[in-house]
Design a protein around this ligand. Structure first.
Ligand SMILES: [Mg+2]
Length: 262
C-alpha cells in the first residue's frame, strides 16, 4: 500500500459537522410542548413519537410533519390549524437555538485549510436547507466547494456526488479523504470510488458496518489522522487501519463485548 499526497477533504454535513439528531430531537420536543399548550389532546411523549414516526415514513427532511401529526386527531379545522402553526413556530424557534456544530469544527477546518488542503462539503440535503444549516452553524465560508442533492439529484452512496466533487476540485480519488457518519452512504460510496474514508463515529446512528480506513470519536481528531511529512504536505499514514471498536474498548458509556481469545 503506497503512500500518497492528500489534496482535499470531503465532508458530510449532518451528524458529521453539525449535531443534526440533537437538533431534530430538541425541535420535536419543543413542537410537542407548544401543540399541547394550544389544546392537542395528547402527551408530550406521544406527540414526540408521532413526529419521529413521520420522519421515518416520509424522510427526516419532510416539510409537512406537524400537519401529518395533527390530522391524526380529527380536530375542528381552525383548532387544528392553530395547533399545527404553534408546532411549526416552536420548531423554528428552537431550531435557531440548537443548531450548532460539534466542538471546534470551524477552527479545525481553518487549520486544515491553512495547510493548503481543499475542503468540500458533500451533503444529501437540499441546497436551501444545507445553506441554512451552514449559516446557522457559522460554516458558510468554510468550504471551497459545496455539493448538495440538487447538484446531482442522487443520494450517497451513488457515485455522482463524489465524482462531481473530485471533478470540480480537479483531483483523483487517491488525493481525497471522505469524512462522514453514515457507513452505508458516506463510507460505502467513497470507498467504491477509491477515496480513503474516515468514519465520524460520534455522530453515527446507523448500526450497519462498512469499514472505514480511519475512525474519529471527536472532530478535533481530524488533525491527528493526518501525518504531516513536509511543510504544507499532508500524507495519510500508510494503510494504518484504526483498530476495531471491540479491540479498542474505549468507547464511552458502552459495554464492549469481550471477544474470546481462542
Ligand atoms: Mg450524515
Amino acid at each position: 500500500m503506497s503512500d500518497f499526497m492528500l489534496k482535499a477533504i470531503l465532508f458530510d454535513l449532518d451528524n458529521t459537522l453539525i449535531d443534526y439528531i440533537y437538533f431534530k430531537k430538541e425541535t420535536a420536543k419543543a413542537a410537542a410542548k407548544a401543540m399541547i399548550a394550544q389544546g392537542l389532546p395528547a402527551s408530550e411523549k406521544e406527540i414526540y413519537d408521532k413526529i419521529f414516526q413521520v420522519y421515518e415514513e416520509k424522510g427526516i427532511e419532510y416539510q409537512k410533519t406537524m400537519y401529518e401529526v395533527v390530522k391524526q386527531y380529527n380536530l375542528e379545522i381552525n383548532l387544528a390549524e392553530k395547533i399545527q402553526q404553534a408546532g411549526i413556530l416552536a420548531y423554528l424557534k428552537r431550531k435557531f437555538e440548537v443548531l450548532k456544530t460539534y466542538p471546534d469544527v470551524l477552527p479545525t477546518l481553518e487549520k486544515l485549510k491553512e495547510k493548503g488542503l481543499k475542503l468540500a462539503l458533500v451533503s444529501d440535503a437540499p441546497r436551501n436547507k444545507a445553506w441554512q444549516r451552514l449559516i446557522m452553524a457559522g460554516l458558510e465560508n468554510a468550504f471551497d466547494l459545496v455539493i448538495t442533492h440538487n447538484d446531482t439529484e442522487q443520494f450517497k452512496p451513488h457515485p455522482s456526488p463524489f465524482q462531481l466533487a473530485l471533478k470540480t476540485l480537479d483531483i483523483s480519488p487517491e488525493e481525497a479523504l471522505f469524512v462522514g457518519d453514515n457507513p452505508g452512504r458516506d463510507i460505502r460510496g467513497a470507498k467504491k470510488l477509491g477515496i480513503k474514508t474516515c468514519l465520524a463515529e460520534y455522530g453515527r446512528v446507523f448500526p450497519e458496518e462498512d469499514k472505514a480506513d480511519y475512525v474519529i470519536r471527536d472532530f478535533r481528531e481530524m488533525l491527528r489522522i493526518l501525518d504531516i511529512q513536509k511543510e504544507n504536505e499532508f500524507h495519510l499514514p500508510k494503510f494504518k487501519r484504526v483498530p476495531e471498536r471491540a479491540e479498542r474498548g474505549t468507547h464511552p458509556k458502552e459495554k464492549i463485548p469481550r471477544k474470546s481469545k481462542k
